[in-house]
Design a binder for this molecule. Structure first.
Ligand code: SF4
Length: 363
């Protein structure tokens, strides 16, 4: 079978540029969200809420991966009492996830939380909601108000559709707007991609609060990555989204790397090594799958705008490799290393990984 590696050059002027939807700017700790600020990648801890040391360890891992905002579940007053300890030992802003009990939110605020995720509609007593909104306003704490398809009131909304998500979130937003408080971030999530996209589109036409976007309960590392990439891709390409979470049933650190990769794929994030590799075929002279996977894993934390090519053979390989900052193309006995379009040297196929990583680190 003939090789299918064909490069098509897209003229610069027809490359689609993403025009971001204009939103208000809000602040969570030192992090600015909305307006023209870079899109933040966030995640949520899943360590034991009663073990501050485990939470701190996980937040540090997320910080290292580039997480800009971390959310933590606060199911009760005890879990909220650890906030000041967690804050003293970590750097990134902390958002407390609170439902039903206004006292947990008050406790979290007293402990120095940077932000809370709250649905005031979850708190039945209206006088308590007013008290909470007053406290949030005093401390200028940004609140994420979110509706989730799973928690939309089915007595009021017959369907779990985009309209129900928008109407539900607007009920919550009006409580803050009545108090003239506007430091809000809004989310409208469903596990159904097109419902989510439609909800954000509808909402963006009526309010300009910054948007936290994601596909909720997206699934495992594989399914969740695909679903989130499609959903976030559709939204981001429409200019919607100021902060993102890729919701995966796995280590939250993976959510961060996946989030940046989605942004990088759309040209919305640059400081990340981009590994391109060929699909391989019978001509491959090096183990592309293994080399590309190991290299990707070793350099994924590097904040560097760099394109690295791993190509199986010299038929089309060098052509692709020359386009990259650094590239390698295999042949039966040796691999050819390219740097900025120039052949640097021939190397032993067994030494490809170390050679490439060495060059990437020096670049
Ligand atoms: S080995 Fe890779 S680069 Fe070479 S022809 Fe096959 S797919 Fe293309």
């Amino acid at each position: 079978m003939l090789c299918i590696c064909v490069r098509v050059r897209v003229p610069e002027k027809i490359i689609m540029k993403i025009k971001r939807h204009k939103t208000r700017k809000v602040r969570i700790g030192d992090l600015k969200i909305g307006g023209n600020e870079p899109i933040a990648v966030e995640s949520m801890t899943n360590a034991d809420v009663y073990s501050p040391s485990k939470i701190i360890k996980q937040i540090k891992q997320l910080e290292k991966a580039g997480c800009k905002l971390v959310r933590i579940s606060l199911p009760d007053l005890r879990s909220a009492s650890y906030i000041s300890t967690i804050k003293k030992n970590t750097m990134i802003p902390l958002m407390g996830d609170i439902h039903f009990d206004y006292r947990i939110a008050l406790k979290a605020i007293e402990e120095g939380i940077d932000s809370i995720r709250l649905n005031p509609g979850n708190i039945r007593q209206k006088d308590k909601v007013r008290l909470l909104v007053q406290k949030v306003k005093e401390r200028k704490i940004t609140v994420r108000v979110g509706s989730n398809a799973g928690s939309v009131d089915r007595n009021r909304y017959k369907k779990n559709d985009a309209d129900a998500l928008v109407k539900s979130v607007m009920e919550h937003i009006r409580i803050f707007e009545k108090a003239k408080y506007y430091n809000l971030i809004v989310s409208l999530k469903s596990s159904d991609v097109m419902t989510t996209v439609s909800a954000y589109e509808k909402f963006s036409k009526i309010r300009n609060y910054p948007l936290h976007i994601g596909i909720t309960e997206a699934g495992t590392r594989f399914s969740g990555t695909v679903k989130s990439s499609v959903g976030l891709g559709l939204l981001l390409a429409r200019g919607l989204g100021d902060t993102i979470r890729v919701s995966l049933s796995c280590d939250p650190v993976e959510e961060i790397y996946t989030g940046y990769k989605i942004l990088q794929s759309l040209g919305l994030y640059k400081n990340m090594v981009d590994i391109i590799s060929c699909p391989t075929c019978g001509r491959a002279g090096i183990d592309v799958e293994k080399i590309a996977a190991i290299i990707e894993n070793r350099v994924r934390g590097l904040n560097r705008k760099l394109k690295v090519a791993v190509m199986g053979c010299i038929v089309n390989g060098p052509g692709e490799a020359r386009e990259a900052d650094i590239g390698v193309a295999g042949s039966s006995k040796e691999a050819i290393l390219f740097k900025k379009g120039k052949m640097v040297k021939k190397i032993d196929p067994d030494k490809v990984i170390d050679e490439l990583v060495g060059y990437i680190e020096k670049f």
